[in-house]
Ligand binder design. Sequence first.
Ligand SMILES: Nc1ncnc2c1ncn2[C@@H]1O[C@H](COP(=O)(O)OP(=O)(O)OP(=O)(O)O)[C@@H](O)[C@H]1O
Ligand SMILES: [Mg+2]
Length: 262
Amino acid sequence: MEDHAEAVEEFRIALDGVRLSLGGRPVFRGLSCGFMRGQITVILGESGSGKSTLLRLIAGLTRPDSGAVRVAGQDVARLGHADLYRLRDRIGMLFQYGALLDSMTIADNVALPLREHTERTEADVVAEVERRLAAVGLPDAGPLYPRELSGGMSRRAALARALVTDPEIVLCDEPFSGLDPLNLRRIEKLLVDLNRRLGLTMLVTSHHLASSMRMAHRIVFLTEGRAVAGTPKDLVHSSERAIVEFLDADSGDEGPAGGSGA
Ligand SMILES: Nc1ncnc2c1ncn2[C@@H]1O[C@H](COP(=O)(O)OP(=O)(O)OP(=O)(O)O)[C@@H](O)[C@H]1O
Ligand SMILES: [Mg+2]
């Protein structure tokens, strides 16, 4: 499960020796990993391993204490405000929490990136928003306000907004959280279709192992402040203790000391 065989220039996004402490505690201790252009990479790791933080570093929302974060050929950690803003135009991000603006309807929320970053006509924007809401299974949610949606519906609306400009780079933090199995499949298929059709570079964090294995070209597994990367198949055959434990826990086999105590 290593990156040596992969050509470095194929990485659209690459972290090199990133160190970062938050609240006085180290989160990354020399993290190096890469994300290939046009691929879906799923980021796995237990809660607190730094998945959201990794996406925030890539979006330039958090700066590393040291090391490089290269996105589309630019070191995000060294960009000034204007350049960072321009780079973010090419990135769509689904945040783990607090995604939608409460004071706007769902349709206006989804339309926002189109209105702010494109020159499209109002009629065009409205039609696009309708299409995007239908694609996430919310054809009738446009006139509603965020408070009128369930948790899973909000996630899907936020995803529609993150994807609406077909950004070259898509960062999705837990797109499957709170989704029923049908909607989970729907969102998984939407991401895979977009990736195939437009060749978007997608980074997806998830706790859902089965869908990760289905959709990922590559997996980046975070453990103890570093990354182990490979194909889903590599992951299954890995002998890394943290990975073996992670996979075992998901299969419900926690060994003699595990179990629910029933
Ligand atoms: N703003 C912050 N201030 C202090 N510590 C933080 C902050 N943000 C994150 N952390 C810490 O950084 C570590 C990584 O957090 P992060 O949210 O990236 O984990 P995660 O892998 O996304 O977890 P989860 O699966 O629960 O979403 C945690 O120990 C967390 O407590
Ligand atoms: Mg997180």
